[in-house]
Ligand binder design. Structure first.
Ligand code: BES
Ligand code: ZN
Length: 881
């Protein structure tokens, strides 16, 4: 179906369901190509619905085998059934049961939505609307039911049978090679949280006792032979459960919590009640196959899905427009968990990098939308950085604005009041309005208005009056469907930095909330600080207190002083980023003089040299963030129009190389000092040392390629963990030549048979910023490790290439054509993965005219393809609109 024909679903059209389903009894007999599903639904009219309504159940590619009402087969005239739905023309106006039989083919399900088979394992993915691919149902999150699930399968094929809730019974099926398991989930849930798993799986397990005293059996299931890689995920699970008890007062509510890793999965992971299903990339870890980054993301995603048990499952969404109610809030919760487990400042810096690179770029392009969209054609296209990352920022701002205490009381009220319901953003905000006594109606604009606000700030110091006046102005650019913007509520955490550190803040301004917080909620604001005894450096948006762009014209000298003196570590980091950004924007503009970088490079080199000598070893993880320049894509977004990726990339390379050259004399000594003795440990401190050490390796590779190549070879051959060995490969990709090709080959040999590691190998090559990369990627598509059928492989190689700023955006348009062709081919088997890949075009409008034309043509080619999925055509149309 073209999206032109697809209905536009609007928030304003929301109506409660006419029918409710109190209980669901599923009897599922698993077979690779002919799985039988018998579903017994207890239906009743919804008092809040219409009384004379027909019953319309959703379906997707279904085949009805049998249908009865209250146990009696239904006459064919009483209903209409097709692949996309089942309608009962005149259902009884009372409670009744419906028994529906369907047959499905899990092996043929390449969309990986509904019930499918992934390397011999049966599994499901039902969010957002995959349950209707299993049986006819009211597949909407405000219909919540109690599920009882009987699973049956051949013992040899599926010795493990899992579903939601608690295990009630298991047994043999007499006279056959089959067995069954019976599961019951006492918590009413929407269909999108249903799950089943069947297969031959190994597991690791651990007993856990909640703070309330409930005994819970935790288990992580993986492919046979991989149980020794499941320990970190299990350990992370126990830690995040304890944290949620301590910090949010949330206890787990079933007797078992199962996590299953599968190797074909469209997303990262899914929070099905009591049975989380994960992309194996976010479960499997040991030092040989997982990097420090993998350990951190496994911990974070295990926590994210677990935290959904309260923010998503116990309290779910009334409709999919409320998606950020569970996703934004749960991202906020997982960010807080990781901050407490690791370094809070470093986590904040990493999160802001992600926010800027993914969400700010989305907000600046044709796919921009509010945190709560008002209309959609395909909901799967709204699991976006805006809903997730900006959604989490909105919660963070709320906490800053009302304070920790009122935030905590608001959360408690939300859990108490909305437990067991399908809720809305309004209900959520009402809890915080009540707990804080504030009017949050203006703040609620964060959910409605798209676009990244810009704050323009300037300051004046009056020495005679000892007064510092700060002038702020805000504006938000137009986005699709929203030409005019209103001012946002911006919590601006600030300080005035003097020679000896922070100066006291004294002001009469109503906008000052105390504690270094200014609430900036109008188009402009002027605020005077009194008793300021020296000219200060303003430190604004401390901790990145609002997801906004800040334009503040500080001199390079002031930024360098801020870097050494600011008490806020986020703004220390930001100060050097700002220096680099400004220089790169100037040098990356069309027709700019690259020589203009020289002075900045020298300044940055000096500052970093001093920093590395003085405090780098005290906090290596922070130092690694300081050394990492803003990415070329961030510079492109700052430039914003007529972008020439090659010019930006050359400037970026030149600056990095110059900094590397300035630091070169110190690098080998520092790298030695950072070396970790003894066996690999995944803790944050060891990871921080490796991060800095490997950041320095990249600088050597740029500044002294021959020396760098030798170091990479040595580190690859002697490294005892994937973090160091992959860093060696990544640094080597910066150095063209024979030695690079040899290391690439060595890496593939060393990790043959490790698909998740080979994904990193594929991606490292796809990211090489050289014209030959496109041919290399084409070649790698024929490598035995690659498959278009596996989402992880596609994301690594093709997604990696699409993230390669200079090569995806080749001036000849070949990069666009290549990705567009793959999108079209992939759309026939897996529309979700195809449409996410097409999202790589989201910044095409900011390019210089030549590339813009080429990108538009490639998008047009996709848009004009017949029989596109709704997923892909929706993105193509919005990108072109
Ligand atoms: N509920 C989502 C999974 C999901 C996403 C289902 C899109 C259907 C469509 C899950 O909680 C989630 O958010 N997963 C993220 C990882 C998370 C740590 C942000 C994912 O899969 O990328
Ligand atoms: Zn989530």
């Amino acid at each position: 179906m073209r999206t032109d024909d697809a209905p536009l679903i609007r928030l304003d059209d929301y109506r409660p369901s006419d029918w409710l389903i109190d209980t669901v009894d599923l009897d599922i007999s698993l077979h690779p190509t002919q799985t039988r599903v018998r579903s017994l639904l207890a239906l009743r009219p919804n008092p809040a619905g219409q009384t004379d309504a027909p019953l319309v159940l959703d379906g997707d590619e279904l085949a009805l085998k049998a249908l009865s009402l209250d146990g009696e087969p239904l006459d064919a005239s009483a209903y209409a059934a097709g692949p996309q739905g089942l309608t009962l023309h005149a259902p009884p106006r009372r409670g009744f049961t419906l028994t529906i039989e369907t047959e499905i083919d899990p092996a043929a399900n390449t969309k990986l939505m509904g019930l499918y088979r992934s390397s011999r394992v049966y599994c499901t993915q039902c969010e957002a609307d995959g349950f209707r691919r299993i049986t006819y149902f009211l597949d909407r999150p405000d219909v919540m039911s109690v599920y009882t699930v009987r699973l049956e399968a051949a013992k040899a094929e599926a010795p493990v049978l899992l579903s939601n809730g608690n295990l009630v019974a298991t047994g043999e099926v007499p006279g056959s090679d089959r067995h069954f398991a019976l599961w019951h989930d006492p918590h009413p849930k929407p269909a999108y949280l249903f799950a089943l798993v069947g297969g031959a799986l190994d597991h690791v397990r651990q007993d856990y006792v909640t703070a309330e005293g409930r005994k819970v059996e935790l288990a992580v299931y993986v492919e046979p032979g991989k149980a020794d890689r499941a320990g970190w995920a299990l350990d992370s699970l126990a830690r995040c459960m304890r944290w949620d008890e301590k910090v949010f007062g949330r206890n787990y509510d079933l007797d078992v919590f199962n996590v299953v890793a599968v190797s074909d999965f469209n997303m990262g992971a899914m929070e099905n009640k009591g049975l989380n299903i994960f992309n194996d990339k976010y479960v499997l870890a040991d030092p040989q196959i997982a990097t420090d980054g993998d350990y951190a993301s496994i911990e974070a995603i295990i926590a994210h899905e677990y935290f959904h048990n309260w923010t998503g499952n116990r309290i779910t969404c009334r409709d999919w427009f409320q998606l950020c109610l569970k996703e934004g809030l749960t991202v906020f919760r997982d960010q807080e968990f990781s901050s407490d487990e690791r370094s809070r400042p470093v986590k904040r810096i990493a999160d802001v990098r992600t926010l800027r690179s993914t969400q700010f770029s989305e907000d600046a392009g044709p796919l921009a939308h509010p945190v709560r969209p008002r209309a959609y054609k395909e909901i799967n296209n709204f699991y976006t950085p805006t809903v997730y990352e900006k959604g989490a920022e909105v919660i963070r701002m709320l906490k800053v604005l009302i304070g920790d205490d009122a935030f905590k009381r608001g959360m408690d009220l939300y859990f108490e009041r909305c437990d067991g319901t399908a809720a809305t953003i309004e209900e959520f905000l009402a809890c915080f309005a009540e707990s804080s006594g504030r009017d949050l109606s203006h703040f609620a604009r964060w959910y409605e208005q798209a676009g990244t606000p810009t704050i323009v700030a300037s300051g004046r110091y009056d020495a005679a009056a000892q007064r510092y006046t700060l002038d702020l102005a805000q504006s938000t650019p137009p986005t699709p469907g929203q030409a005019e913007k209103e001012p946002m509520v911006l919590p601006v955490r600030l300080g005035l930095v003097g020679a000896e550190g922070d100066l006291p803040l004294r002001t009469q301004s109503n906008a000052y909330a105390g504690d270094g917080l200014v609430v900036f909620d109008g188009p402009s604001l002027s605020i005077a600080f009194e008793g300021v005894t020296e000219p200060p450096i303003p430190s604004l948006l401390r901790g990145f207190s609002a997801p906004a762009r800040l334009e503040l014209d500080l001199s390079e000298a002031d930024l360098l002083r801020q870097f050494t003196r600011d008490s806020d570590s986020f703004n220390r980091w930001q100060a050097l980023q700002s220096i680099a950004t400004r220089a790169l924007v100037a040098a990356g503009r069309p027709g700019a003089d690259p020589g203009a970088l020289g002075a900045t490079a020298a300044e940055l080199g000096r500052a970093l040299g001093g920093f590395l000598a003085a405090d780098a070893l005290a906090d290596p993880a922070f130092a690694a963030q300081v050394l990492r320049l803003p990415a070329p894509a961030d510079i492109a977004r700052e430039i914003g129009k007529d972008v020439d990726p090659d010019a930006i990339f050359s400037a970026h390379r030149a600056l990095s190389t110059a900094i590397g050259s300035a630091l070169l004399p110190r690098l080998s000594g520092l790298r030695q000092a950072l070396e970790t003795k003894g066996p690999y440990r995944a803790d944050a401190a060891s990871a921080g040392r490796r991060a800095l050490r490997n950041e320095l390796l990249g600088l050597v590779a740029l500044a002294a390629p021959a020396e760098g190549a030798a170091l990479c070879e040595q580190q690859f051959e002697t490294g005892d963990n994937l973090t160091d060995r992959l860093a060696a490969l990544a640094a080597m990709t910066l150095i063209p030549g024979e030695r690079r090709e040899r290391l690439i080959a060595r890496f593939a040999e060393a990790y043959a048979g490790e698909p998740l590691v080979l994904d990193k190998w594929l991606m490292a090559q796809a990211l090489i910023a050289e014209p030959a990369t496109l041919e290399r990627v084409r070649g790698l598509m024929r490598h035995p490790a690659f498959s278009l059928g596996n989402p992880n492989r596609v994301r690594a190689l093709i997604g990696g290439f699409a993230a390669n700023l200079t090569q995806f955006n080749r001036a000849d348009g070949e990069g666009y054509g290549f990705v567009a062709d793959i999108v079209v081919a992939l759309d026939r088997t897996n529309p979700q993965v195809a449409s996410r890949l097409l999202g790589s075009f989201k910044s095409w409008r900011m390019l210089e005219p030549g590339r813009r034309r080429q990108a538009q043509e490639a998008l047009g080619l996709v848009a004009r393809t017949p029989n596109l999925s709704r997923d892909v055509s929706d993105i193509a149309e919005r990108a072109l609109a």
